[in-house]
Design a protein around this ligand. Structure first.
Ligand code: HEM
Ligand code: HEM
Length: 189
């Protein structure tokens, strides 16, 4: 175990945790909202809250995309700190692969969500502001991108289970790795 932990820089640590909270909320909202009844499935006089959650999901998702782009821009210009040399090469390669997959999914999720929304007959709104329509509505394309978005969502959940399990395992055994992304500047040993 090394004496001092080399952390990710402060910007990367703040963006990691901010985006993690937003993405975990987006997954929860997404899974919840698709099960809500549509207006015409409810007894007369009852209002559906489905539209509220869809609007929130879309606005938060587009905001997440902006944060993710800032994060990727920062990461491309700022290296990750080297892992301690005792971490086996295969583990370093595996974690690099999983992190690459997470970045790809962080781009593909909002993109596929936006594309299905773009081909829908409803306007896409960002916190109440109607965004310009870039394409004509198409049921076939909306359904295709909706399916892509759903498959990617379940892939993201599976990769996150791996990522979070690895982080918890490190936290319980040797904190050198988990402290690298810790918001707190002090090493808790
Ligand atoms: C939506 C949720 C999350 C996403 C998308 C995510 C994504 C990522 C990515 C892409 C990296 C690599 C950073 C880089 O090298 O540029 C990373 C590192 C890390 N993440 Fe997460 N993460 C999430 C949630 C979590 C959670 C909940 C934990 C803790 C339980 C965690 C702990 C860590 C740690 C400790 C590292 C540093 C690993 C290392 O030093 O190699 N992450 N995360
Ligand atoms: C990090 C970003 C995002 C995450 C993690 C995410 C996650 C999810 C999840 C888990 C679902 C439920 C999947 C299902 O069972 O069908 C969902 C559905 C949906 N998402 Fe996203 N989403 C993101 C971004 C977006 C964006 C940016 C938009 C649009 C601007 C969007 C629009 C939608 C729509 C319209 C549905 C419902 C699809 C349907 O009715 O079948 N999402 N999302």
């Amino acid at each position: 175990m090394s004496d001092s932990v080399i952390r990710y820089d402060r910007v990367q640590r703040i963006l990691h945790w901010l985006i993690a909270v937003v993405i975990l909320s987006m997954i929860a909202i997404g899974l919840y909202m698709v099960q809500l009844p549509k207006e015409w499935e409810l007894p007369p006089g009852q209002e559906s809250v489905r539209a509220f959650w869809f609007l929130l999901h879309k606005s938060l998702g587009i905001t997440a995309a902006a944060l993710i782009l800032v994060r990727i821009g920062w990461r491309l210009t700022h290296k990750a700190p080297p892992l301690p040399s005792y971490v086996p090469k295969w583990q370093q390669r595996l974690s690099g692969f999983v992190h690459g997959l997470l970045y790809a999914l962080m781009v593909a999720m909002p993109l596929s969500g936006y594309l299905q929304s773009m081909f829908s007959k409803y306007d896409t709104k960002l916190w109440g502001i109607v965004l310009p329509r870039l394409a004509e509505p198409s049921t076939a394309l909306r359904e295709q991108f909706s399916e892509v978005h759903e498959i990617l969502a379940f892939t993201l959940i599976a990769v996150l289970v791996l990522h979070i399990s690895a982080a918890i395992r490190h936290r319980l055994t040797n904190r050198d790795i988990s402290d690298r992304m810790s918001l707190c500047d002090k090493t808790n040993k």
